[in-house]
Ligand binder design. Structure first.
Ligand code: ZN
Length: 319
């Protein structure tokens, strides 16, 4: 405690000297320059749409806030609803899309034979400390750099929750463990069942745990080695105007209240034969073991595209 007070005094002194600090309820926290840099770099290449669009800058208490907040109704060109709508920074939004494309959707096809059509989120931007504990450090949620995910809705309406699925049926256990493990390649903090306060959701964020932000912290440790899977191309197919898009049909209770006119919806489940999600003749077994890395030239930020998983136990992290 004394050390922390001393540290804050030093930081406060530096703040007076160089500026760039603000007082929050907990103490002095620095405005970290990497945050705005990451947001700016991401926004420069972020396509905006009905589903993801910029809203007014958020200046919360103390240093809470987002310079370029996005209102996120859905990811991946509207094919994956986010319910309820989430206010997030650009970097975490892009990282979520990468995770969905390269891991979650391919895994959903393997275990359930259909894509995810909605993420159930329970906390996006929120000016608070880690795990809402008084005196704790500010959460990455306070910067719009984190998302808490409680579950996923499949195209047929089935809902997979972290709470019941983690130790649930074999397919749900395998799916959740695979996508949890692969999340440690995309995000910098990944928490789930086994970590305090996380028995019912995954927390993912892009915190910098070391100076250059290369460390990843995960608790529990990734329970499986995520298999390499072909990126899910369904979003691209479905994003073509006129293409059927599965999953937003009647009964959909997610966040997309009024989809744009060019989005057609269908209640026909996709299949490999004649599927709008895969090219004709697609054979999932033919690509087993192959992995197409993200292509930065196509607008995917380098930092999120680089799989890294180092020194997983060196840092403590929280919600
Ligand atoms: Zn969280």
């Amino acid at each position: 405690m004394l050390r922390r007070v001393a540290y804050q005094t030093v930081v406060a002194g530096l703040c007076l000297l160089v500026g760039g600090c603000a007082l929050n309820l907990i103490g002095f926290e620095r405005h970290e320059s990497w945050r705005q840099q990451a947001e700016r770099a991401c926004m420069a290449r972020k396509p905006q749409s009905y589903f993801v669009h910029q809203v007014k800058a958020i200046n919360g208490k103390g240093v809470c806030g987002i310079s370029y907040p996005l209102e996120v109704k859905a990811l991946e060109d509207g094919t994956i609803g986010v319910g309820p709508d989430a206010t997030l920074g650009c970097p975490i939004t892009t990282a979520l899309e990468i995770w969905m494309r390269y891991s979650v959707q391919p895994a959903a096809f393997v275990y359930f034979g259909m894509p995810i059509v909605e993420i159930k989120q329970i906390s996006a931007y929120s000016c608070r400390t880690r795990n809402n504990k008084r005196g704790a450090e500010l959460s990455e949620h306070a910067f719009g750099n984190a998302l808490d995910i409680a579950g996923f809705k499949l195209a047929n309406g089935r809902v997979i929750t972290v709470k019941s699925g983690w130790n649930g049926s074999a397919d749900e256990r395998a799916f959740l463990r695979e996508i949890y493990s692969s999340a440690t390649r995309t995000f910098k903090t990944v928490l789930g069942p086994g970590a305090a306060y996380h028995s019912d959701h995954f927390h993912v964020d892009l915190a910098h745990h070391n100076k250059d932000g290369t460390y990843t912290y995960a608790k529990p440790k990734p329970p499986v080695v995520p298999p390499a899977r072909r990126p899910f191309v369904g979003a691209k197919y479905a994003a073509i105007p006129g293409q059927p898009r599965y999953g937003l049909a009647t009964g959909y209770t997610g966040s997309i209240k009024a989809a744009p006119d060019q989005v057609l919806i269908t209640d026909q489940p996709p299949s490999y034969e004649g599927s709008p999600f895969f090219p004709a003749g697609y054979d999932p077994s033919a690509i087993a073991g192959k992995y197409d890395p993200p292509d930065p030239a196509k607008g995917i930020p380098d930092e999120a595209a680089t799989p890294e998983m180092t020194n997983l136990s060196a840092f403590s992290a929280g919600d």
